[in-house]
Design a protein around this ligand. Structure first.
Ligand code: ADP
Ligand code: MG
Length: 256
């Protein structure tokens, strides 16, 4: 039944580049409304996994299901249209746009009239844009950017720019959110704030989250379940406490 269908089912996922197996027969499931962390040393295959889930890379073998919908082989815009949003490890914001306009970009897929007809000043388009701007305001409030809506996103401190990325993904009204290193490069305060926002996305909005993150403190605090990759293989899977004390995980991180 629907309640027991995983939000995401990754099965036997394999990705080969010329001469290199970046992901090797990786399987895991994400419980609905949970934070599922994918961790592992550099080069383990975490970003490759995200790139397959979001349709940027094609799997060599294996399948990905989002609820009952198969994502395997779909292009990024089709996957996004099904309700899967992602952020990138590196910032991808238009430098001069305001925070409000950057967030509004996330509404594009939900816009019926389109921004072109808004430019033509049709009344229906103006109404629709007002509705989107209201929602942008709510999401800005949720991620802690309400006071920054009129500022150029590129002028904000790095941590806040990362929150704009997160807010833009939320503006797509996703049911599954893929976060690639959301606290990388942040100060301790920014990490704290972002972790609280991510917990709020899960607990307040009920959105399922797959989290790739290096910061073990954040992973251990936020994650309901953890999959550990090393050299493209799944070496452990379980609760944060279980994987933390797993000898294979300890070995992978110590590089012995
Ligand atoms: P992680 O995010 O865990 O650090 P990646 O998924 O970025 O690891 O990389 C896993 C492996 O796949 C690395 O050896 C990397 O060099 C390789 N790789 C990633 N993307 C490509 C690509 N587009 N072409 C060739 N090799 C790639
Ligand atoms: Mg990476």
């Amino acid at each position: 039944d629907a309640a027991s269908t995983p939000a995401l089912t990754v099965s036997g996922l394999t990705v080969r580049f010329a001469g290199l197996t970046a992901l090797d027969d990786v399987s895991f499931t994400v419980a609905p409304g949970s934070v599922h962390a994918v961790i592992g040393p550099n080069g383990a295959g975490k970003s490759t996994c995200f790139n397959v889930l979001s349709g940027v890379y094609r799997a060599t073998a294996g399948t990905v299901h989002f609820g009952d919908s198969e994502l395997t082989g779909l292009p990024p815009h089709r996957i996004a249209a099904l309700g899967v949003a992602r952020t990138f490890q590196n910032l991808a914001l238009p430098p001069h746009a305001t925070v409000a306009d950057s967030l509004l970009l996330g509404r594009h897929r939900l816009t019926r009239a389109g921004f072109l007809s808004a430019g033509l000043r049709l009344p229906s388009a103006a109404r629709e844009e007002r509705r989107h701007r209201e929602r942008v305001g709510e999401i800005a409030e949720f991620v802690g950017l309400a006071a920054d809506l009129g500022r150029p996103a590129g002028a904000l401190p790095y941590g806040k720019q990362k929150l704009v990325e997160l807010g833009r993904a939320l503006c797509m009204e996703p049911r599954l959110l893929l976060l690639d290193e959301p606290v990388a490069g942040m100060t301790a305060d920014e990490r704290q704030q972002t972790a609280a926002v991510i917990a709020g996305v899960r607990d307040g909005l009920g959105i399922s989250i797959v989290l790739v993150e290096h910061d073990m403190g954040v992973v251990m605090r936020l994650a309901d379940a953890v999959t550990v990759l090393d050299f493209g293989r799944r070496i452990a899977d379980g609760t944060p406490a279980q994987v933390q004390s797993d000898p294979a995980v300890v070995r992978a991180y110590l590089g012995t």
